[in-house]
Design a protein around this ligand. Sequence first.
Ligand SMILES: [Zn+2]
Length: 457
Amino acid sequence: MNRLRFLASFLIALTTTALAQTNTTIALKAARMFDGKAKALVTNAVVIIQGDKIVDAGSGIAIPQGAQVIDLGEATLSPGFIDAHTHLTDDFTDFNKRRIQELQLNVSELALNSVPRARATLDAGFTTVRDVGSRATNSHDCMDVALRNAINRGIVPGPRMLVATHGIGATGGHFDPMSGFRDFLFGREPDWTDGIADGPDEIRKAVRQEVKNGADVIKAAVSGGVLSMADEVDTPQFTPPEIAALIDESHRLRKKVAVHCHGDQAGHDAIMAGVDSIEHGSFLKPETLTLMKSKGTFLTPTLMASEYIMGKISAYPPVLQAKAKAAYDARSEMFRNAVRIGVKISFGTDSGVFPHGQNAKEFKLMADLGLAPIECLRAATANAADLLGRAAQIGTLEKGKLADIIAIAGDPTQDITTTERVSFVMKDGKIFRNGGAPTPVASASSRTAEQPTAADF
Ligand SMILES: [Zn+2]
């Protein structure tokens, strides 16, 4: 059978399976359940699914006659995890290699490379991601929009995506793709059409352009970052009037704003202007965290990013090593303070800085810094759904919600690392995994070439 015929029969089989599931009532049973809301796990858990929706969920619920019963045994049912900070179209786990390859590969190849990353993320139990920044050098193609749409149409298995297209940033700032290259090396310097904008009017235009191109959420860099060559990690990169324009224009267009921000001054300015989430937040002081608490601003900690970088620090250019160490040294105290003060925390990892599919390792990092296991679970379900503006559809197991349901092999309140062992994944009522090993992410890393740009930590 040639490849095309194989692909065609595979797609038909996939469609048939999906259709067969549409009208079937499914009853999931397991020893325990985290419903996304309660302060404790429920035992003797049952969730009833019809089509793509949950019709009932609770302890010992009667199973309708004729339902297909799937007994997951000693597992814990949970709403599908949500990662509020991913880069599925990117892989900068080898920073130097990526700097060259992003200039060599065409955009179609870069986009196709993200397919196994999407599958690995879904297999790990992440049924929704907010993908916050995607670009290829000197290209306006929106790979994240293409991947989101392909997943929505069932062409590619992956998590539901909310995408940001280009990150918006200042000239020479963290998102400037020419940062660290010789001036005008590529014949032009990036402008607002690439998300690189200076002054309130250009920033408004950049926001409008991104919404035109399909952005669900707006991402901007208001402070310097670690994985960029020409900026300090914590300096403010937009003025307060620029930040105000960014957030006002985004909110007018009903888009939420996530800002990459390590520095305290930039964080303060963004929170005052009404930003929806601070991403990273490494150097935020207690007074700034208290301001976040009072304004209801979410923190997306991305502890996995600095954890991974520090694990192979010598592989990064010296200028980045110094920035990474400074951010890492600051972030643990910042996170403990955020927990103590009661800042709203949304789970987010910065996957792409580390290998895709390892997102759940963030849970243990948060727990080790003082967040109770049940709150860690809430951060990745109800809280993240709230931040994404999708709390009416996802984030809890209750009647009327989309059937995004996973099974964790064990009790995550006793051992948080069980979140790294998801054994069952359902998204929109369709089963993508039931036992077996996750699709190995090695299939992605063994290819000869990877990655676009958008260093974003
Ligand atoms: Zn990022």
